[in-house]
Design a protein. Structure first.
Length: 317
C-alpha cells in the first residue's frame, strides 16, 4: 500500500496494520528529514569539540535548528497518521475498574488537562524520580553518573514548588515532541498487541499505590488471557538510537520500576519507536536494580530516601 504521508489516514485492518505503520514510519521523507537533522547535529557537535570559531558554531547551530523544524513538520504528520490508524483496528481495550494491582484510582481525567496536572501534584510520579534520586541523565547501565548534592537539592526544591502550586491552566500541544509522543502512544500499543498477540488496555485514571506518595499514570495495561492485569506497557519515542544501545535508559528504568512497585506487578514491557524508523520492545522485571546490573540498588532500596524527602513535601500538597 502506497501511503500518502500528507493526506488522510488510509483504511487498515488488524492484518495489515503493522505493515502500514512501518511504511508510514519509514517513508522516504521521514528518513530523509531525520538523517538531515542527524548530519547537522553531528557537524555542530564536532565544531564545538574542535573549539571552532563562534561564527562557525553559530552557523552550524542555525542549521541544526532549521533541520529540526523541517523534521518536526514531517514527524507531526507521521504522528497524526499513526494515531488515526491505531484506533481503526480495535485491539486497544478499555480498563474500567477503579483498582489495579495494589493501586486505587484517584480520578479519571483527560491527559495533560488542568485536572490531570493537579492529580500528579499529589505524589511522586515516575517521570521525575531519577532526578529526585540524584541520577544524571547521562547515566547508563553499569556506569551510573550522579548529580551534585546541590543539583539534587534543587530538583527537590523544584518538586516542592510544583507540589505547592495549584495548576489553573494547561497547554495541550498540537505539534512538536510532546504532541508526537501522545499521538504515537496508541500506535505503539496496537503494534505491541498485534505483534506479540497480547491483550492491552488503557485507562485515563491516575492511580495511587499503598503509600500516599506513589502516584502513577499508565500508558498501557497488559492483560492475561482472562482479562486480568499482569504487566505494564510503557511507550516511548527516541530521536537518538544510540542512547538505547545498553537497553532502556536508566531514567526510564527508574520510572517503570516505580510503577511496578506501586502496582505489585512482576514485569513491564517498554515499547519504543526510534526516529530512524525502527521499533523495539524491552522487558524489565520488578526485582531488577535501577540500572539492571548487580552493582546498584533496587527501587525498594531507594524507598527510605524517598520517604524521608517526601515528609518535607507532603504538607505542601
Amino acid at each position: 500500500m502506497a501511503v500518502d504521508l500528507y493526506g488522510p489516514a488510509p483504511k487498515v485492518t488488524r492484518e495489515n496494520f503493522v505493515e502500514v505503520l512501518d511504511e508510514i514510519t519509514r517513508h522516504p521523507d521521514v528518513i530523509a528529514a531525520h538523517e538531515k537533522w542527524e548530519r547537522a547535529d553531528e557537524q555542530w557537535k564536532q565544531l564545538v569539540k574542535e573549539e571552532a570559531s563562534d561564527t562557525d558554531q553559530l552557523l552550524a547551530a542555525v542549521k541544526v535548528r532549521q533541520a529540526r523544524e523541517e523534521k518536526d513538520v514531517v514527524f507531526d504528520h507521521v504522528a497524526r497518521l499513526s494515531e488515526d490508524i491505531a484506533w481503526q483496528v480495535g485491539v486497544i481495550e478499555d480498563y474500567t475498574l477503579d483498582t489495579i494491582g495494589k493501586c486505587t484510582a484517584i480520578d479519571d481525567v483527560e491527559e495533560l488537562s488542568v485536572a490531570w496536572h493537579n492529580l500528579r501534584r499529589q505524589g511522586l510520579g515516575g517521570s521525575s524520580l531519577s532526578k529526585l534520586l540524584g541520577l544524571h541523565w547521562m547515566s547508563k547501565p553499569g556506569a551510573l553518573e550522579y548529580m551534585t548534592e546541590w543539583e539534587t537539592d534543587l530538583a527537590w526544591s523544584d518538586a516542592a514548588v510544583e507540589k505547592s502550586h495549584e495548576v489553573y491552566s494547561a497547554w495541550v500541544p498540537e505539534y512538536g515532541v510532546l504532541y508526537r509522543g501522545h499521538c504515537v502512544e496508541p500506535a505503539l500499543i496496537a503494534r505491541y498487541a498485534i505483534v506479540h498477540d497480547k491483550r492491552v488496555a488503557v485507562s485515563k485514571a491516575t492511580w495511587r499505590g499503598e503509600n500516599e506518595y506513589q502516584v502513577i499514570n499508565l500508558d498501557g495495561i497488559i492483560l492475561d488471557d482472562d482479562g486480568n492485569p499482569e504487566g505494564v506497557l510503557e511507550c516511548k519515542t527516541s530521536s537518538r538510537d544510540w542512547t538505547w544501545q545498553w537497553g532502556v535508559p536508566v531514567h526510564y528504568r527508574v520510572q517503570v520500576l516505580w510503577y511496578l512497585r506501586a502496582l505489585g506487578f512482576k514485569y513491564a514491557d517498554v515499547a519504543v519507536r526510534f526516529d530512524s524508523g525502527v521499533f523495539g520492545v524491552y522487558r524489565i522485571y520488578a526485582n531488577e536494580t535501577i540500572d539492571g546490573t548487580d552493582n546498584t540498588r533496587t527501587i525498594e532500596q531507594c524507598v527510605p530516601e524517598l520517604e524521608e524527602r517526601w515528609e518535607h513535601l507532603r504538607y505542601l500538597v
